[in-house]
Unconditional design. Structure first.
Length: 223
């Protein structure tokens, strides 16, 4: 067995991307959970630039940034491909991964989670607009963003698989079957895939973790 390690931090969706990709490829690996409030020497050694997770380590060499790691996994283990063969389709997959990873594009989702009052109302509408773009332009009529099988874009969109926890915490439902039927169906299909189903964060633990994070942020903004 070749030595492959993944440094992550539960329940980071970026870490899950890497784990899902390796699981789909059938690659064995050791998962190491990091405490981001007390970063280990290993994390600082293998990601001295950003000092963040996830990090993939293979043969003592490290790769950081989830989107970069996914590309590395795809090139290193070509079985069960996560990117289409067609050059145009591959380019479009990378476009949507870049789109969803853009901090400015993701900002409304963050504010939807931690915002209050008018700020939260505005973020709710902006999040709906973002979801509409993803449903109409990225997913379309496909079962998965990757087509008939889960692909790299699906892994990048994986955070939506437990977006319901955030809705539960803020007590606002927006990603429902009536408003976004195709995205809602995608979530069901994604969560039901055997590999994903076996590697999803526990709902109750996630609810507690995210509730604490929101309370910490709100507390820091009022003191």
């Amino acid at each position: 067995m070749e030595e492959v390690k993944v440094l992550g931090s539960w329940p980071s969706p970026y870490g899950y991307r890497v784990q899902w990709a390796l699981e789909l490829k059938g690659v064995e690996y050791e998962y190491i959970d990091e405490d981001l409030f007390n970063k280990s020497d290993m994390l600082l050694k293998y990601n001295p630039v950003h000092k963040k997770i996830p990090v993939l380590v293979r043969h003592g060499k490290s790769i950081a940034e989830s989107a970069v790691i996914l590309e590395y996994i795809e090139e290193t283990w070509p079985q069960n491909p996560l990117l289409p063969k067609d050059p145009y389709e591959r380019a479009m997959a990378r476009f949507w991964i870049n789109f969803v990873d853009n901090k400015d594009k993701a900002a409304p989702i963050v504010t939807f989670f931690i915002g209050v009052g008018e700020e939260h109302k505005k973020a709710t509408e902006e999040t709906k607009e973002l979801l509409k773009i993803l449903e109409e332009q990225a997913l379309g009529e496909k079962k998965y963003f990757g087509g008939d099988e889960i692909g790299m874009v699906d892994l990048a969109m994986g955070w939506m698989a437990y977006f319901g926890v955030i809705e539960e915490i803020v007590d606002v439902k927006i990603l429902d079957a009536e408003s976004f039927p195709r995205l809602h169906a995608w979530i069901q299909n994604f969560r039901a895939h055997p590999v994903i189903k076996s590697n999803l964060p526990d709902h109750d633990k996630l609810l507690v973790s995210y509730t604490q994070k929101r309370q910490m942020f709100l507390g820091s903004t009022t003191t």
